[in-house]
Design a protein around this ligand. Structure first.
Ligand code: CA
Length: 243
């Protein structure tokens, strides 16, 4: 069932096979169930300023920089770019609002699939636009021994961020990988676009409220309805990727 998607990817990029050495995991909405809190925080902060950003729209902007999201709302409602002061203030308010929520829990199925990846001697790593120190610090706590910090890509490493291919290209560079030696696991349309633009086989897991078609339209090579279903499919997928 995965062979068709893999064949299409190989034909598009003129590779003869995927030589899987690393799985590049996005963090929010993939490893942690933190997106409901981010969406809620964005919504509340905008409402408090007389601006409108629905929770669902926040999911569509996931992965964008804070400044990028704020500018989209500001252009739409105020007909101009946000000032640097507004961006800083709104983003600070959003961070404060986010931190009022309890710590996000591990996404169901995430730990289990990571163990399978590691057992197959494939290197799991994290590629995130997040600079939330609370979450970054919690990676080791929640996924002990899973990730090597020197291979991770975070908001502190990148200039452009998703949907630009830069974060995933940087992950390839850090890992000494070619594009056909990794796969990407993403939950957001902009994250999927980033993985696809980097030339990597990109798996979408629809862990939020989005219409799954949005993720396919972003270019996802495969789509699963949850991390648990991705985990359940891992053994068969790993075999298909080795062919
Ligand atoms: Ca995400």
């Amino acid at each position: 069932m995965f062979q068709k998607a893999i064949s299409q990817y190989l034909a598009k990029h003129h590779y003869s096979s995927i030589q899987l050495r690393s799985v590049l995991f996005d963090m929010d909405g993939v490893l942690f169930n933190s997106m409901p809190y981010h969406a809620d925080a964005w919504h509340k902060v905008m409402v408090a300023r007389g601006l409108h950003l629905s929770k669902e729209e926040a999911y569509l902007h996931e992965g964008r920089t804070g400044a990028g999201t704020i500018n989209i709302v500001c252009r739409r409602q105020c007909g101009r770019e946000a000032t640097p002061e507004e961006i800083e203030a709104i983003y600070n308010e959003k961070t404060i609002e986010f931190n009022k929520h309890p710590l996000a829990e591990r996404m169901s199925g995430a730990w289990e699939v990571l163990k399978k990846v590691k057992e197959a001697e494939i290197v799991p790593t994290v590629v995130t636009g997040s600079g939330q120190s609370t979450l970054l610090n919690r990676l080791e706590e929640n996924f002990p021994g899973m990730f090597r910090p020197e291979l991770m890509v975070t908001a502190f490493d990148v200039k452009y961020g998703k949907p630009h291919p830069e974060p995933y290209l940087m992950a390839l560079e850090k890992g000494g990988l070619k594009a056909n030696e990794a796969i990407v696991v993403e939950n957001a349309p902009l994250g999927v676009e980033s993985g696809v633009a980097a030339g990597i086989f990109t798996i979408a897991v629809n862990t939020g409220p989005l219409d799954p078609q949005v993720l396919l339209d972003a270019g996802a090579n495969l789509l699963f309805p949850s991390m648990q279903s991705f985990c359940d499919a891992w053994d068969k997928l790993a075999i298909a990727l080795k062919r």
